[in-house]
Design a protein around this ligand. Structure first.
Ligand SMILES: NC(=O)c1ccc[n+]([C@@H]2O[C@H](COP(=O)([O-])OP(=O)(O)OC[C@H]3O[C@@H](n4cnc5c(N)ncnc54)[C@H](OP(=O)(O)O)[C@@H]3O)[C@@H](O)[C@H]2O)c1
Length: 453
């Protein structure tokens, strides 16, 4: 792999050069690339065209940062931001090094990746800001936090002690606890992380929480209805393939197929609000009256000891991005089963409460919808539906099933579907073709709406 390493002259940078020597490594020391210079960062990426940027550059003088916060933030927060933006623009992955200083150090149990960050020092705050910038600007990122590095070379505790040992009495702080990390152990793990591809995030385009099935129904549970037909996409064949891919990855080191998900970098991850226009233009689809909002929750200072304080304090809402959609309202990113790539309708991972159930137009968790295309041109024109009708898309059922089979074969080649599931998926598509033609394509709700227009 072609890897551009920043901060190559540092303690970790030097150890990484050894661990990654089997790769095509462009190792840049500070004098060759200053990460606080956005133009220089863009130029370096343009010139070297790496597949991965590995950021080991940092302002690491923990005590010094207290008196020079601007310098610390420039290298530890703004530098990673420039790297993240430039790498995202080129679709390049970014591995960013961070630190245990993002935590406050008061926990009496190990910190895991989801432990709340609460830096107590300028250095820790600047490193946390760097992590956030990386997350925000490059969806293809890995963040590796490490603690208390030591090596036979560079500035670290053992080398300092060895140097002092020759000078007689040694005076050392005795109130610090930590878990030292031998740099070559860390760099070997980083090499494995990079070489594994660290893949495996799959978005199932157009599906709801659980797999769907026929018959078409708007019943969510006894007496409780949704506004549209329930989503019929059965994604279980994808899960079977993914499970086998995972097993092969672990046992035989066969890489799983690449992650497929909406990405900010290629414009397929979009804000939910931006989809309103497409869905509102489809008669009967509509859009949620209010989009559900998830907020950051603060359960208090004892949460990491398992003692949450209730009620939690609500913080800033999370930004929620979803897949963009095509003109039919179908998702463009993720694993697209033939339901979505050779569609019979518009499939969503959301739907609304039916007015008969109360609170019409409000969100129903976990449910999804399908709004079949009009069957004929005449039906489409009567409804003013912008989506081409089934008869306009497919000359016949055979033609449709031929396209479904070709789409499934593509997924088999890409390893998102198993060969043995192809016939079953085509048979399911045939059943849906019949079902979508047998009903007047409108759900009972839409029928009422159209009748009153
Ligand atoms: N050392 C630890 O105990 C420890 C613990 C946890 C996490 N980490 C993290 O591990 C990473 C590497 O740390 P390290 O121990 O290798 O630190 P280091 O030995 O201080 O290396 C940092 C390197 O970054 C370079 N650098 C500083 N400013 C730069 C800039 N503006 N542009 C480009 N390069 C710049 C430094 O160059 P100059 O020397 O010329 O300034 C140095 O070569 C950092 O992200 C750090 O936060 C380290």
């Amino acid at each position: 792999m072609r890897i551009l390493l920043t901060g190559a002259g540092g303690q970790l940078g030097r150890a990484l050069q050894v661990a990654l020597e089997r790769h095509q490594l462009i190792a840049l020391e500070r004098r060759e690339l200053d990460i606080t210079d956005p133009a220089a960062v863009r130029e370096a990426l343009r010139r070297h065209r790496p597949e991965l940027v590995l950021n080991a550059a940092a302002y690491t003088r923990v005590d010094g940062a207290e008196s020079e916060p601007e310098a610390a933030f420039a290298v530890n927060a703004e530098g990673p931001r420039h790297l993240a933006k430039a790498s995202a623009a080129g679709g390049i992955a970014l591995l960013h090094m961070s630190t245990d200083y993002v935590f406050d150090g008061t926990a009496n149990c190990p910190y895991d990746e989801s432990a709340p960050a609460n830096p107590r020092s300028v250095y820790g705050a600047s490193k946390l800001a760097g992590e956030q910038a990386v997350r925000e600007h490059n969806p293809r990122h890995l963040i590796v936090r490490t603690a208390w590095l030591y090596h036979t070379v560079g500035h670290n505790f053992p080398t300092t002690m060895l140097a002092l040992a020759g000078r007689g009495e040694v005076r050392v702080v005795d109130d610090q606890r930590g878990s030292p990390t031998y740099a070559p152990h860390l760099t070997a793990a980083i090499a494995r992380l990079i070489e594994s591809g660290a893949a495996g995030i799959y978005h199932l385009a157009g599906t709801r929480h659980g797999p769907g099935s026929l018959p078409l129904t708007d019943a969510v549970s006894d007496g409780f209805r949704q506004q549209h037909w329930q989503n019929t996409i059965d994604y279980r064949p994808v899960q079977r393939a993914i499970l086998l891919n995972l097993d092969r990855w672990v046992r035989e080191s066969i890489e799983p197929p690449p992650s497929l998900m909406p990405r900010i970098g290629d414009g397929t991850a979009v804000r939910r609000e931006s989809l309103r226009e497409v869905f509102m233009s489809i008669p009967g689809m509509g859009f949620l009256k209010a989009l559900p909002v998830r907020r950051r929750l603060d359960f208090g200072p004892e949460m990491d000891r398992g003692l949450p304080h209730y009620p939690p304090k609500e913080g800033e809402p999370f930004v929620t991005l979803v897949s963009g959609v095509d003109d039919d309202g179908n998702e463009v990113a993720g694993i697209r089963l033939p339901d979505v790539s050779v569609p019979l309708g518009t499939y969503t991972g959301w739907t609304m409460r039916h007015p008969d159930t109360g609170a019409g137009g409000q969100f129903i968790p976990l449910q999804g919808a399908v709004l079949p295309f009009p069957r004929s041109r005449q039906e489409r024109q009567a409804l003013g539906d912008p989506r081409p009708a089934l008869e306009e898309r497919y000359g016949s059922k055979d033609e449709y099933l031929g396209k479904v089979r070709a789409a499934v074969q593509d997924l088999v080649r890409e390893r998102y579907i198993l060969e043995e599931d192809v016939d079953r998926i085509v048979a399911g598509a045939a059943a849906r073709w019949d079902a979508f033609h047998a009903v007047e394509h409108l759900s009972p709700m839409l029928k009422d709406q159209v009748a009153t227009r």
